[in-house]
Design a binder for this molecule. Structure first.
Ligand code: KG4
Ligand code: ZN
Length: 401
């Protein structure tokens, strides 16, 4: 018993800062234990624009940063001096927003004399499940669905090795929710409100298309743009005919199309790769139908499903702290004081080690990270396409009809 307690107290205590989009998140974790999860959201400031406005987000992060860090430390009942490290989202995300978090993390880490860990936002969305369900199985299959991303990722080691199997070729899943909600006049963000309306609707009322599910389509890629257009056209036709739009049925049928494709492809990836666990993360993982359908289909397929509670699915600081704690626990090298905010940090880079450590931060076995050789993390746009939707989303929502 005594050893158990003492080993627990030696689990790394890490503060995590997340500012990649519109949430200023600060979390504190000890190993796999969540101690605090403080979030200040600027979502209301963006609502009237129908999408996240990067400059407004950056300003809001700046104002919320210090109070949110104080609140998280207080909630956790620890002092900054107790920390074993400070972790921060280094990318991908909105450049200006990321910069606020990275600067704050550097300032705190430097002043406190603690190591700094710049980590990947996407890997953090996966790692957060350790706070809910304990150590991630290795490998883990992760379906990551948010406003900026829709990816299937195979993670043999969340601190060093994350492999993209597929991603959206156009809109992200959350983006589709946001756009359909906009067409229905339901406000922003669209996910939660569509989720609510859908509960009263018939998911089989309208047969909306399932993108990229043909026999010759890429098995792990997603496409939601055609679905979004189909929904908009259907609504338009109704309105033109002077008929009322059955909002609940449209919401339920649209949501059914998204969740059907997501779960089908994720389960197929698990089967093809021989992985027994499916993790679902990102804001869309808060969707009640996605959770229920995944539960049912995973059970039928003999797979174990891991989905964190909704609050840990949307952007938060605890997920960053969770990945930071894992970096410390596994002895991964810290980041340098020149850590950049990298808006297109590739998903294959779970963290950004100091330049001097970059050559040898692979797993202890010595196996290098797959694809590392051709994926520099600065200025590499090719792997940031999923992230670029964040910018596109804000721009489109702001300026498009
Ligand atoms: O992970 P997240 O908080 O931020 C990004 O990294 O994008 O995800 C936000 C996205 C938004 O598009 C929002 O509409 C969607 O997650 N979302 C949902 C639900 N809650 C949030 N989508 C469907 N159902 C929900 N309950
Ligand atoms: Zn996110």
């Amino acid at each position: 018993m005594a050893t158990l307690i003492s080993s627990r107290t030696h689990e790394p205590l890490v503060l995590g800062i997340e500012t990649s989009c519109d949430e200023t998140g600060v979390g504190v974790v000890r190993g796999h234990t969540l101690l605090a999860d403080a979030v200040a959201s600027s979502v209301d400031d963006h609502a009237r624009y129908g999408g996240v406005v990067p400059e407004i987000a950056s300003r809001a992060h700046l104002e919320a940063m210090v109070p949110t860090i104080r609140r998280a430390l207080e909630e956790a009942g620890v002092t900054a001096a107790d920390l074993d490290g400070v972790a921060v989202t280094a990318g991908p995300g909105l450049a200006g927003a990321l910069l606020v978090g990275v600067s704050a993390a550097k300032a705190y880490a430097y002043a406190l004399g603690k190591p700094l860990y710049g980590v990947n936002h996407l890997a953090s969305h996966i790692c957060v499940d350790q706070l809910e369900h304990g150590a991630l199985p290795e490998p883990t299959m992760a379906l990551l669905v948010s406003g900026g991303h829709s990816s299937l990722l195979l993670a043999p080691d969340i601190t060093t090795d994350v492999r993209p199997l597929g991603a959206t070729i156009d809109d992200a899943a959350g983006e589709a929710f946001d756009k359909v909600a906009r067409v229905l006049g339901l406000g922003f963000p669209g996910g939660p409100v569509i989720d609510r309306y859908a509960r009263e609707g018939d998911p089989a009322a309208i047969a909306f298309p399932r993108g990229l599910t043909g026999p010759r389509d890429a098995p792990y890629d997603f496409s939601f743009s055609g679905l979004k257009t189909a929904v908009a056209r259907w609504i338009e036709a109704r309105r033109r005919a002077g008929e009322e739009v059955p909002v609940a049925d449209v919401a339920a049928s649209f949501q059914e199309a998204v969740t059907d494709v997501l779960t089908r492809k994720a389960i197929r990836a698990c089967k093809d790769e021989g992985v027994g666990h499916l993790m679902i993360g990102g804001g869309v993982a808060a969707n009640s139908r996605l959770r229920a359908m995944a539960e049912e289909r995973c059970a039928d397929a003999g797979l174990t499903l891991r989905v964190p509670r909704p609050k840990l699915c949307t952007d938060n600081g605890a997920m960053v702290a969770a990945l930071g704690a894992e970096m410390v626990a596994r002895g991964r090298p810290a980041s340098g004081w020149d850590l950049p905010a990298d808006s297109s940090l590739p998903v294959t880079e779970p963290h950004v080690p100091a330049a001097s450590a970059a050559g040898h931060h692979g797993p202890p076995s010595g196996a290098g990270r797959p694809g590392h050789g051709n994926q520099g993390h600065r200025g590499h746009r090719g792997h940031g396409h999923d992230h670029d939707h964040v910018h596109e989303l804000s721009r489109k929502n702001l300026y498009d009809a």
